[in-house]
Design a protein around this ligand. Structure first.
Ligand SMILES: Nc1ncnc2c1ncn2[C@@H]1O[C@H](COP(=O)(O)OP(=O)(O)O)[C@@H](O)[C@H]1O
Ligand code: SF4
Ligand SMILES: [Mg+2]
Length: 386
C-alpha cells in the first residue's frame, strides 16, 4: 500500500477527519463513563515480582491532521526495586506512555485505545497462586485516585509547572499527606514534611518549609518535588526527564539522590530520558523506544555492551563521552522519524537504517528473544526457519 508523503489536507479530507475524530472521541469517552465493578478492572500479575506490567499499550491523539499513533503497542515490565530507563529521541512516546500509566493523557483527544497496564497492588489479595492486580486502563479515574499520587507518583522536568506558586512548600507537602492520610494531624504532617525535606538533602528544612517555590533554585525545587513524590512511600516513581532543565553538576547530584532514595525506600523508578548517559548511571533495565514502539529492551549491561538494533547502536554513537575530543563533531543518525499519522507498513527505522536486508521490505519486524532478558525488533536477528 502506498502512503501519501505530504502534509497537505484538502477540505474534504479535513471534514472526514473531523467526523471520524468526533465519533471516536465520543465512543472512548462513553466507555470511561460506563459503570464498572471491581471485577471489571481486576486482573492478575504475570509475575508478582513486577510493580507494573504494560502489555500492548496503544495511546492515540485524534488531531485535525489525523490520528497520531503516539504509543503503538508498547509492552514492558517494571520489576520491584529496580530502575527501568526508557530512552529514545524526542517525540517517540516516552511521556505519553507514562501519562497513560497515570491516566493523565489529555482527553478527549488523547485516548488509550488498546492494551493493559497491570498494577501490583496489595489491596486485592491473591487468586490462587497469582497476585491480583488493577488494570489501570479499565479502572475508573475515581478509583485510580487511591493509587495516583500515593502508590505511583511522578517527577516532571520542570518543577515550577507542578508546584503551585501561591502556596508555601510546606503547604504543598502537607497537602499530599492530608489527601492520602486524612487522619493525620497538622502537627504530624508538618513533622513528616520537614523529615522528607531533610531526607532529600535540604540543609535548612524549616526555612524551606515556609518558602514559596520562586524563592528556591531549580535544583532545590527538584529536591522538593522528589520529597513530594516520596512522601506517601510509593511503589513506583515516574521521573520524566527529571534533570534535563538543570545544569550538569546539579543534575549529577539529583540523580545520585534519586538512586540513593530508591535503594533506601525500596521502590521502583521509571526513568524517562533522551540521554543515554543518564541511563548508564542509573538504570538496571533499559527500554529503547522509536516512533511509539519498543525496538529493543534488556538489562543495562546488555543494552550498553551488546546493543543490537541499528537505532540503539546509533544512539550510543551519538552519546558524548568525557574522553571524546571536544573538536570532534557528535555523530547523529541521519534522516527523520516517520510521521506518526502516516506510519509505514515496514520497519519504522528503515529509511534511516544502514544495515537493511531483503526482509526489511516486508512487514514490521516482530520482537525477537535474544536472551531471557534481551529482546530486539529487527530482521537482522531473526533465526533461519528450520
Ligand atoms: N496533546 C497532544 N496532542 C497531540 N499529539 C500529542 C500530544 N501529546 C503528545 N503528542 C504526540 O505524541 C507523540 C509522542 O509524544 P511524547 O510522548 O510527548 O514524546 P517524548 O518521547 O518526547 O516524551 C509525539 O508525536 C507528539 O507530537
Ligand atoms: S529491521 Fe531492517 S530496516 Fe529495520 S532496523 Fe533492522 S535491519 Fe534496519
Ligand atoms: Mg517527553
Amino acid at each position: 500500500m502506498s502512503k501519501k508523503n505530504t502534509n497537505y489536507i484538502s477540505i474534504k479530507e479535513s471534514r472526514a477527519i473531523l467526523k471520524h475524530n468526533i465519533k471516536q472521541m465520543k465512543y472512548y469517552e462513553s466507555l470511561k463513563r460506563r459503570k464498572r465493578s471491581v471485577e471489571d478492572y481486576t486482573t492478575t500479575m504475570r509475575d508478582s515480582n513486577n510493580v507494573v506490567e504494560i502489555e500492548g499499550l496503544k495511546t492515540v491523539f485524534f488531531t485535525d491532521n489525523g490520528t497520531v499513533m503516539s504509543v503503538n503497542g508498547v509492552s514492558f515490565d517494571i520489576p520491584k526495586n529496580k530502575v527501568v530507563g526508557v530512552v529514545g529521541e524526542s517525540g517517540c512516546g516516552k511521556s505519553v506512555t507514562s501519562l497513560s500509566i497515570m491516566q493523565l493523557v489529555q482527553a478527549p483527544q488523547g485516548q488509550v485505545i488498546e492494551g493493559k497496564i497491570r498494577f501490583n497492588t496489595d489491596d486485592l489479595g491473591m487468586d490462587g497462586d497469582k497476585k491480583l492486580a488493577y488494570d489501570i486502563v479499565q479502572m475508573p479515574t475515581s478509583e485510580l485516585y487511591k493509587i495516583r499520587g500515593k502508590d505511583i507518583t511522578m517527577i516532571f522536568q520542570e518543577p515550577m509547572t507542578s508546584l503551585n506558586p501561591v502556596f508555601t512548600i510546606g503547604n504543598q507537602l502537607d497537602e499530599v499527606l492530608f489527601v492520602h492520610t486524612p487522619e493525620i494531624t497538622p502537627e504530624e504532617a508538618k513533622a513528616h514534611s520537614i523529615e522528607m525535606l531533610k531526607k532529600v538533602g535540604i540543609a535548612m528544612p524549616e526555612r524551606v518549609y515556609k518558602s514559596y517555590p520562586h524563592e528556591l533554585s531549580g535544583g532545590m525545587r527538584q529536591r522538593v518535588m522528589i520529597a513530594m513524590a516520596l512522601s506517601g512511600n510509593p511503589k513506583l516513581i515516574i521521573a520524566d526527564e527529571p534533570t534535563t532543565a538543570l545544569d550538569v553538576t546539579i543534575q549529577a547530584q539529583i540523580l545520585e539522590l534519586l538512586k540513593e532514595l530508591q535503594r533506601s525506600q525500596g521502590c521502583s523508578i521509571m526513568l524517562i530520558t533522551h540521554d543515554l548517559g543518564v541511563i548508564a548511571e542509573m538504570a538496571d533495565e533499559v527500554v529503547v523506544m522509536y516512533a511509539g514502539k519498543v525496538i529493543e529492551k534488556g538489562t543495562a549491561s546488555e543494552i550498553f555492551h551488546n546493543p543490537l538494533h541499528p537505532y540503539t547502536i546509533g544512539l550510543q554513537k551519538s552519546k558524548p563521552l568525557i574522553t571524546s575530543p571536544s573538536d570532534q563533531p557528535l555523530f547523529s543518525i541521519p534522516g527523520q522519524v516517520p510521521n506518526p499519522i502516516n506510519l509505514p507498513d515496514t520497519c519504522y527505522f528503515k529509511n534511516r537504517c544502514n544495515r537493511c536486508i531483503g526482509k526489511c521490505d516486508g512487514k514490521y519486524p516482530e520482537m525477537i528473544k535474544v536472551s531471557d532478558t534481551h529482546y530486539v525488533s529487527c530482521y537482522l536477528y531473526e533465526k533461519e526457519e528450520k
